[in-house]
Design a protein around this ligand. Sequence first.
Ligand SMILES: Nc1ncnc2c1ncn2[C@@H]1O[C@H](COP(=O)(O)OP(=O)(O)OP(=O)(O)O)[C@@H](O)[C@H]1O
Ligand SMILES: [Mg+2]
Length: 311
Amino acid sequence: MQLLNVSHLKKYFKDIKAVDDISFTIEKGEILGLLGPNGAGKSTTISMLSTLIKPDDGVITYKGKDIVKSPQAIQGSLGYVPQEIALYPNLTGRENLEFWGRAYGLKGKKLNKQMKKVSGIIGITDRLKDKVSQYSGGMQRRLNIGAALLHEPELIIMDEPTVGIDPQSRKHILDTVLELNKEGMTVIYTSHYMEEVEYICNKVCIMDNGKIIANGTKKDLVNLIDDKKRILIKVDNVNDVLLKDIGNIQEVTDVSSEENTVIVTVSNGKATFKRIIEVLNNTEIGIRSIDINEPNLETVFLHLTGKALRD
Ligand SMILES: Nc1ncnc2c1ncn2[C@@H]1O[C@H](COP(=O)(O)OP(=O)(O)OP(=O)(O)O)[C@@H](O)[C@H]1O
Ligand SMILES: [Mg+2]
């Protein structure tokens, strides 16, 4: 079932085209990754989905209902985890959850039950009595997520929930997202960490300069550049004959060298690999190591934009 449909969405700030005509959909039960560098337009997109700001143009529907015209069509079903931590540092963890629970309309037994459940999910039950100002960065991030889970939303939108935290908290958050998804929650997850998106998301939108420049499963995206597989061969010494012989292999699209490493770009991984080994065996040159660089989302991004995801 299609949950959210975004069509020709635009938001400009004077001459900055923060979101510049993007369209995508999310099905119930998916984890959609919104991947892009600083300033790509991720938070602006999410703010419009969460009805915090109005688009200049375009349509967003949730279960077929226009949420720009009727924000209440999504508000009760949505959990929004902002990029900036939205907690009261002088209140305890428990008090913060209570505040957010009430903001979402929970009270009494239901509120208590949900607070207990959520503190278990985010793993802070034993620190609920402490002031948030005494929490580590990772614990604050986890509580920030917990605040958005209290009303059991159908869709959770997380804006870079793992920025600046330790690896252990990061792992906890990622596994929590997977666990919530297993129980049926649909997730939009924003990040500029390619490895996080690869780990949890089954669909990815790559954003840059306000536009979605690629969209699909990880496999779809990697297939865009599958002809760009690179093989790095470290040898005792490189010579022109070797480069020429490798270059003559039909599926080799490019060959170059850097110090003692031969860099080969091939259009057909395995078969070509064998041919390269044959060429190497026919020379007297010693091989030290061979590395095959499988394309990943980082290389897709690099290929599409000409720049690295993190500068
Ligand atoms: N309220 C605003 N007023 C003016 N410009 C804005 C405003 N909000 C965002 N922008 C601009 O819009 C562009 C997109 O910003 P946005 O915050 O959506 O990017 P982002 O992908 O979330 O980046 P980051 O990874 O740094 O959080 C940027 O150039 C930003 O400066
Ligand atoms: Mg942002």
